[in-house]
Design a protein around this ligand. Structure first.
Ligand code: IPM
Ligand code: MG
Length: 360
């Protein structure tokens, strides 16, 4: 039996997670999958209930689970809070404690949505990029960190630090992923300025010999930001550190038309994983039932595939999403302000309908 911990979180989190769960429960029944669901609070919702964004009890449920399905955390309500209890801390702690060192963010353009991108059709048609972001190291966790001193003497510091072991672990995974795709790996650094990424480049280059099938190239992060909008089709798998990956994955996401489409997986060496949409809690539209649930539905598909080993069911869900889009499913983020939009639950129903057809 596989245990799934569902953490809907804040803002639109509960709305989009409800649709993903609707799909999962149907597939479970249809295929007779041995899944057990538990649900708990995280982020601002947990803070409101207990004064911390992630309780020890929730953390231990997450440790016991095979996979975590998370909605989103944060919102203006909690922005004035002390840094240590901000909703985002829950995410960072879950990543660190569960050793989810590998963040996979696939960005692909659906044919039906080419027009939804702000870029020209010929630039983005057919792009399929996998951003592999290191998730438990780098400047997000480096010491020393913090703000010291008073008045004009105040000083803020964060530290970008990577060990060769951390670099090797994420890059080997990226090579493996590239082997199963178009066999091209681009490693992103700022080796012309930052020594830590000079080490990064050195380590990646060193292990490349073990993956002769894969073509490795290196790119500075500023150039990568530019190339992503200039010629995104040159990319297959992109591997990079925590901070650069955070930034570049948002950029890659937006190429596809809407950040509401992008799923993500955060994996430990054991293949245990946390799955969440790349988008945030979108407090501006929360509670209105208009959010796009597709990124969360696709995250649930990734979970079935990468952690639970049900890759056929995962493919079917992905295909159902694609078919629903082809038949005109558009939530408000995808209409460009024109034409009628599906609500969150209508979108979930439309995907479910396509899924049912695929099982007939
Ligand atoms: C992301 C988010 C998080 C990050 C925040 C919410 C802590 O931007 O998952 O990309 O910076 O990693
Ligand atoms: Mg981010």
């Amino acid at each position: 039996m596989a245990k799934i911990l569902v953490l809907p979180g804040d803002g639109i989190g509960p709305e989009v997670v409800a649709e993903a769960k609707k799909i999962l429960l149907w597939v479970q029944k249809q295929e007779g999958l041995d899944l057990e669901f538990e649900e708990d609070l995280v982020g601002g919702a947990a803070y409101d209930a207990s004064g911390v964004p992630l309780t020890e009890q929730t953390l231990s449920l997450a440790r016991d689970a095979d996979a975590v399905l998370l909605g989103a955390v944060g919102g203006p309500k909690w922005e004035p809070l002390d840094y240590a209890v901000r909703p985002e801390r829950a995410l960072l702690r879950l990543r660190k404690e569960l050793e989810l060192f590998a963040n996979l963010r696939p960005a692909r353009v659906y044919g039906a949505l080419v027009e939804a991108s702000t870029l020209k059709r010929e630039v983005i048609e057919g792009i399929d990029i996998m951003v592999v972001r290191e998730l438990t190291g780098g400047i997000y966790f480096g010491e020393p960190r913090g703000v010291t001193g008073t008045g004009e003497a105040r000083k803020g510091v964060n530290t970008m630090v990577y060990t060769a072991t951390e670099i090797e672990r994420i890059c080997r995974l990226a090579f493996e992923i590239a082997k199963g795709r178009r066999k091209k790996l681009t490693s992103i650094d700022k080796a012309n300025v930052l020594e830590v990424t000079e080490l990064w480049r050195d380590v990646v280059t060193g292990i490349a010999a073990d993956y002769p099938q894969v073509e490795l190239n290196h790119m500075y992060v500023d150039n990568c930001a530019m190339q992503l909008v200039r010629n995104p089709k040159q990319f297959d798998v992109v591997v990079t550190g925590n901070l650069f990956g955070d930034i570049l994955s948002d950029e890659a996401a937006m190429l596809t038309g809407s950040i509401g489409m992008l799923p993500s997986a955060s994996l430990a060496a054991s293949k245990k994983g946390m799955y969440e949409p790349v988008h945030g809690s979108a407090p501006d539209i929360a509670g209105r039932g208009v959010a796009n649930p597709l990124a969360t539905i696709l995250s649930a598909a990734l979970m079935l595939d990468l952690t639970l080993g049900y890759s056929d069911a995962a493919r079917r869900i992905e295909l159902a999403v694609e078919n629903a889009l082809a038949k005109g499913l558009r939530t408000a983020d995808l209409t460009g302000g024109q034409g009628p939009a599906s609500t969150t639950s209508e979108a979930g129903d439309q995907v479910l309908k396509e899924l049912q057809t695929l099982y007939q």
